[in-house]
Every structure is written in C-alpha cells, then in structure tokens.
Design a protein around this ligand. Sequence first.
Ligand SMILES: [Zn+2]
Length: 239
Amino acid sequence: MHSVWSDGEGTVAEMAEAAAERGYEYIAITDHSKGLKIAGGIDEPELRKQGREIVGVNSTLRKRGEKLRVLRSVEVNLSPGGEVDMERDALAELDIVLGCFHSSLRKTEDQTERYIAALRNPAIQILGHPRGRIYNYRMGLTANWSRVFDMAADLDKAVEIDGYPDRQDLSPDLLELARKSGCRISLGTDSHGPSQLRFMAFSAASALAAKIPGSRIVNCMTRDELQSWVRAVRESSVL
Ligand SMILES: [Zn+2]
C-alpha cells in the first residue's frame, strides 16, 4: 500500500505526519469543492493556496529524508448530470481528481446514466463513494452496475471503496461485479482528521474479500506509476 486519500479537516502537515507514520509513499488531500458549502467546500483560489501549502510541506518532508509526498487533489462535486463545479484549468493542475455525487441521492429510479456521464467527464479519474449510501441514513442509488464498471474499465478510470465505517461503499456484492469488469479500484478513507486514516483497513478488507488483484488497485501503484496513469487517462479523455 502506497497511499491514502483524505478529505482533511486536519492541516496538510498533520495529515502528512500521520501518513508518514503509516509508511505511505503518498497521500492526496481531497477537500470538498465549492458546490458543497455546507461541508466547507473550497473554491479555485483556496485550492491554489492549499497547493502552496503542500509545496511547503513537501519541501519539509524532503529535507527530513521522508519518502512521503503530499499530492494535490480535490473531491469535486458532481451534479446529477455528471458536471463538475470547478474550473477545468484548476482541476488540470492537480495530481489526481476524485469526483462525487452529493445531491439527488434518494432517487429510486435507475441512475445508470448519471454514472456514465460522470465517468465520461474528462476532469475526473476516480468516482468516489459511488452509491452515496450512508448506514442507517440513506440507502444509496441504484444503477446497472455492470454497465457502470464496464464503462470505468473502458476509460481506464477507478471506482472507490470508501472505508469510512458509515459508508463502506462500494459494498462487497458490487465489488464482485467490479472485479469481473476489470476496472480500477481506489481505496479511500474519507478521513476528516489524522486519526481516521486507520479506516484504510476497512477499504483494504473489502478489496481482499472481493479478491480484487493488486494490479487493479490504484493505491498499490508507486507515485510515479500513479502520475503516469493520471497523465494517460487525461490524454485519452474525450473533451
Ligand atoms: Zn463526499
């Protein structure tokens, strides 16, 4: 395991410290984007400011001889039509982009088309907490998941296992379908502070239970491999 995704309320330096202790090679900071004001979503200038903070933290890590580096990312809000709420240029500067739905999550009709639209969006490489389910609160969306995962595989994009205990999304039955489709899988923690990085154990356990091969798990890539993958996906994306 080389990495973890984090939606941090802790400072970048605190998240980096916790990730270094866990022996990771990289951590991506994935705060919410501006459309999600209720969750403290950040806009383009704030994202760039965070980028400067990350440069400073990486410089400190380098001087200390740590292998960990902090990657610039964001959990960009997707509209039900699969559109992002940030400027494409700001997203293109990032190391990796996670896209997530946060609205119209109680629909009972089939939502396959919104997933297809989101995956086709050239701005994102990972579809985060795909169903939008939350334990004892929301059932999550339904879709023709085989079609969704096949589309992710065709575009060489990833779907996430969100290890946050209330989410555990994708679920084991859907991971079975994802494995058959051969799409990439990203393990996330949805951490809102350094102590929650331990939720990686739940993501990893789901991947193991579903027998997802390491070669399909985004987090098992080295930092160089990850950056090459993102570059290749961006270059092949249809605008
Ligand atoms: Zn989210």
